[in-house]
Design a protein around this ligand. Sequence first.
Ligand code: UD1
Ligand code: PEP
Length: 427
Amino acid sequence: MDSIWIKGGAKLKGEIPISGAKNAALTLMPCALLTEEKLTLTNLPRLADVDTFSHLLNQLGVSTSVAGVKKGEFGRRMTLHAEEIVSTVAPYDMVRKMRASVLVLGPMLARMGEATVSLPGGCAIGDRPIDLHLKALECIGAEIELAAGYVKATAPKGRLKGGDYSFPVVSVGATENAVMAAVLASGKTQLFNAAREPEIVDLCNLLVAMGAKISGIGSSHLVITGVEGLHGTTYEVMPDRIEAGSYACAAGITGGSLDLIGARPDDMRATLNALAQCGLIVEFHNRGIKVSSDNGMRPLALSTSPFPGFPTDMQAQFMAMLALAEGDSFLEETIFENRYMHVPELRRMGAEVDIHGRSAIVKGVEALTGASVMATDLRASMSLVLAGLAAEGETEVLRVYHLDRGYERLEEKLSAVGATIERRSAG
Ligand SMILES: CC(=O)N[C@H]1[C@@H](OP(=O)(O)OP(=O)(O)OC[C@H]2O[C@@H](n3ccc(=O)[nH]c3=O)[C@H](O)[C@@H]2O)O[C@H](CO)[C@@H](O)[C@@H]1O
Ligand SMILES: C=C(OP(=O)(O)O)C(=O)O
């Protein structure tokens, strides 16, 4: 199994191209199921999750073709064609690999009037049920049955009616499934307390480009008027705000200066505010965002919350950075109950972190030291890479498959800005 080896200590300096967003790609790809015509996505990141989603769509009958990119370039172009759907079942072995597989439920139900999807079960960061996905779909007219670990959803008379649903808790995935289900309904749907993440705006913009009628885009009240059919289009995946934020932390933790090319400030205000409060210099230019370290890092108090709040997907990376701040920081994780799996590994590198339920106190230390570490999820792995970049000595991050889910060509991007980092194969 591959690992990432890092020799810490270099101040990173230069440009990092920001890839297409994983979390946007994973909700744009299932939109192909909503039309018999071709959907072409550009700026699609080369990630394990994108490949897994593509395999799932292939099993359902969607053909996918990818145009290669030249060496040094990022952003693939994928054409997805769901001319005929041959299966409406998303099996356990796919959903188990990638939770976002449940995002085929809404569009398949909308197009075919039925969908059977394995329940995803828990994962390293928490319980992560899909009850809100199912409740929202029921309010839009679906009948739901649960049996043998699967959800079977059907639309009476083959078409959803539309309806109103108010989410008791903000859920990105449930909002996405509900929007994708509602676009082909016979009537109107209103979603209250919908998630407002930029990836949902990207989803709605794609659906509108395919002929859907959606108003309130970017707000927590979405109104969707069902249409008879959608058509194909070509659409560019938005830049990855979490990848950009992670590399901003790389500038901070190494005392360097990085230009995040293609990053969009409006998608990541809470992250940028936190970086600035920490004492980093954040500048905007026409190609992206520059983050530079001036004079050490100040401690912070941060609490995760849905957009526009501080993202849970940035908590682990900030914790690594704050491990070297001048004082004690306070972090609170309000979205996922088990998202501190990186803490024991960061401690092995010399970080001082106390956990009290959902809160963490990070006591800034003078230095971190390299170690062999492993993590159980994507952002936890990135926090260890960040710690390794700043640590004295060598760090080996095991279980690279987590990083490959969400960071396109990580070692290539970091080497290009001065890091001593390589992927090592265990043979
Ligand atoms: C592929 C993708 O886009 N993943 C993102 C998405 O995950 P995902 O869509 O799974 O996250 P949600 O926004 O749905 O989860 C938010 C909270 O709601 C709870 N919940 C969710 C659904 C449900 O039916 N019932 C329920 O109780 C979850 O357990 C969690 O506590 O948003 C998360 C929160 O920003 C991010 O960390 C993930 O990176
Ligand atoms: C939690 C994440 O992703 P997923 O929902 O795909 O597990 C993430 O991107 O940090």
